[in-house]
Design a protein around this ligand. Sequence first.
Ligand code: CA
Length: 209
Amino acid sequence: MEGKVFIFPKETNTAHVLLRPSVTKPLQNFTLCMRYYTELTRTHTPLSMSTATMDNALALIFKPSNILTFYINNDFVNIRTDAESLNWRHMCVTWDSSSGIVQLWVNGKVYPRKVLMKGSSIISENIILLGQEQDSFGGRFDVAQSFAGEISDVNMWDVVLTPEDLQKSLLGCLHGNFINWKSLLYEIKGEVLVQSKLSLFSAPYKTCS
Ligand SMILES: [Ca+2]
């Protein structure tokens, strides 16, 4: 999927992309990075993960007034962010179970850290998808929380990345060991299109080293 995007052209309660992790393991630590571009001002959900007993095992739900509601195992923190501009946004969230520390980085800017679900673990039997908020295990989507727009460069690691590695991800120079955009395992459900990413600066503007 390198150089490609998923386009979610309409607001629906059906369109989504199932992601298949490259490894099956419980998560005690992770970093999730993605780029997305939307004109939605209502609540929207770029990514959600459910398990049989936790519909919000991991969810990123953006709400009006620029609040990110970040869920781990049905508990959440709200993080206030700057206003979204009409542009691509690169976002990374990290979670470390041993401390519960949550980091949010948007376009390379870090927000005040929060603590969530210390000591918890997300079980490996999960369903992770783009574009819809799950209210049951893999289903019961709500159009009012759906995503419309473009999503690219989804990568996930089973560790908390250092700021240096987060910068590499921002530059498109680092891919995940849990979800890897370069060799993404996915399944499209409903109306989602794969297209080339459009940008006047699409060529690598910095060399990855
Ligand atoms: Ca839910």
